[in-house]
Structures are given as structure tokens and as C-alpha cells.
Design a protein around this ligand. Structure first.
Ligand code: NAP
Length: 236
């Protein structure tokens, strides 16, 4: 009997990818040309500078777990793939509950966290608030945490002897103002050479980072290692 596996299914399966990461875009690229699937990527809509994503796109929150359940039903989603950032915990939680309550297969793509190596000088913390307290002990600090949670760095405790200066790197301009700072609008990936140049040019003394994992921003870890610059690392 001939196999049907290479034939398109009668009805394509609807796949919802919860995105906002390089992995979600790569996954959409891989799936979009397969006639067995209709691919929809969902973004939170945090940035206006959206890179082209193959397949269909929807933007904005669903309205909590109930809103997501209603969307999944309305769009007749057959598979839910959570390819969000490891620090986007709310949407992952909502997705797990919504998928379970509807009995929809649910796959989570999890990036491995970066592992500290012997030459690394990481100050590991659990919360951004703690990272900010430590950051104010340094003179020049590179913030690589995106636009969210910058508020913790706004309260510069103006010690007369030491005022911390922040270089804030993000894809889009932050919506709060941080005193004594400079904004650097850039989108990853960054090369090792450009990361080293940046750290040297601005005489950076410490970096604040989330332990996001992945390859796109890993060169800052290598650059800091080579230049012996401490990283205040917010763990998952
Ligand atoms: P979050 O705290 O987990 O989610 C907050 C709310 O934003 C969710 O409850 C949901 O709203 C909405 N939301 C989040 N992701 C969504 C998506 N892909 N599609 C539709 N709605 C979404 O998330 P976050 O940390 O603010 O991150 C937002 C997005 O940015 C995520 O998609 C993530 O992949 C991406 N991102 C985050 C980080 C980070 O460091 N957190 C870094 C890079 C990229 P409703 O409850 O209304 O549905």
C-alpha cells in the first residue's frame, strides 16, 4: 500500500507560535512552506520595529488565560508552540493552562541558560531590583536588559563621591528617563569584536544582563570574560 506521509493532509493544521524571539522566527521560516500547516505567529507588540516574519502575524495580548482560550477556539488552533523568551513567564504560564484546558498539544521551546565558566566573574542575583542595587556600586555600567524593568535603575542614589553612568542598549528607545545615561539603539546579533570595542570605548566597569541563553547575545559574555569585566547576572 502506498504511504501517504509525503502527501499534504486534506486540511492543514493550524499552528500558533507564541513568538518574540529569534527561535520563533526560525521556526516559522521552517514551517511556512509546508502545505500541511497554516502558521500564525503571535507577538506581544512591545516594539514597533518588527522584523519580517513568514506566515500570518497577530499582535497584542490575548487578555489573560480566558482570552487566550477564546482565541485558540476561534482560530481553531491545532498545535500551540511556546517559543517565547525564557523571561516571558506570564505568557508561558497562560499558554500552558489554556492548552491543557482545551486538550491542545503544547510544545515549549526552552533555551538553555548560559553556564558560568571558570574565568567569568558573575554576580548572580534573582531579581532585577538586586541587580540595580549592585550596579550603583560601579561608575560605568552597560545595561543589556531591554526596555522593561529599567525603573530600578532610575533612582540613582547620588552619592557625592560616585554617580553611576548607564549605557542602555535596547532595540527601541526606553519609555522612561534614566538620569546620567546614554541610549544605544541596536538589535542583536552582535559580534565579539564589536562587543569588545563597545566595552573598551565606554570604559565599562560592569554589565547587567539576564541569563537569557542562546547565541544572539552571547558575545557580550565572551567579551566580558576576555576583558575581565563583571556581569551582574539575573538568573531565571
Ligand atoms: P510576559 O511578562 O510573559 O507577558 C505579559 C503579557 O504580555 C502576557 O500576559 C500577554 O498578555 C502578553 N504577551 C506576552 N507575549 C505574548 C505573545 N507572544 N503574544 C501575545 N501576547 C503576549 O512577557 P514579556 O516578558 O513582557 O515579553 C513580551 C514578549 O517579548 C514575549 O513574546 C517575549 O518572547 C518577548 N521578549 C521578552 C524578553 C524578556 O526579557 N522578557 C526578551 C526578548 C523578547 P495577555 O495576558 O493580555 O494575553
Amino acid at each position: 500500500m502506498p504511504s501517504n506521509y509525503s502527501q499534504p493532509l486534506n486540511q492543514p493544521k493550524n499552528i500558533l507560535i507564541l513568538g518574540g524571539t529569534i527561535e520563533s522566527r526560525k521556526l516559522a521560516e521552517k514551517l511556512v512552506d509546508d502545505p500541511n500547516f497554516r502558521v500564525i505567529t503571535s507577538l506581544a507588540g512591545r516594539t514597533n520595529l518588527i522584523l519580517k516574519i513568514p506566515g500570518e502575524l497577530r499582535i497584542g495580548g490575548f487578555g489573560g488565560i480566558q482570552g487566550l482560550i477564546e482565541y485558540l477556539q476561534r482560530a481553531q488552533i491545532d498545535f500551540l508552540i511556546d517559543a517565547t523568551h525564557p523571561f516571558a513567564t506570564q505568557i508561558s504560564h497562560n499558554a500552558a493552562i489554556a492548552a491543557q484546558s482545551l486538550g491542545i498539544p503544547h510544545l515549549v521551546l526552552v533555551r538553555k541558560p548560559w553556564q558560568r565558566e571558570r574565568e567569568d566573574n558573575w554576580l548572580e542575583v534573582e531579581k532585577m531590583e538586586e541587580a540595580a542595587k549592585i550596579a550603583f556600586n560601579y561608575g560605568k555600567v552597560l545595561l543589556t536588559i531591554g526596555r522593561q524593568q529599567l525603573e530600578y535603575f532610575a533612582e540613582n542614589p547620588k552619592s557625592p563621591n560616585k554617580i553611576t553612568w548607564f549605557l542602555i542598549r535596547s532595540i527601541e528607545a526606553p519609555n522612561i528617563q534614566i538620569l546620567n545615561s546614554q541610549i544605544l539603539l541596536e538589535r542583536p546579533p552582535f559580534s565579539l569584536e564589536s562587543e569588545k570595542e563597545l566595552l573598551i570605548k565606554h570604559q565599562i566597569e560592569a554589565i547587567v544582563s539576564k541569563n537569557s541563553g542562546g547565541t544572539e547575545t552571547y558575545h557580550k559574555i565572551l567579551a566580558a570574560r576576555e576583558l575581565r569585566i563583571p556581569i551582574i547576572m539575573v538568573q531565571r
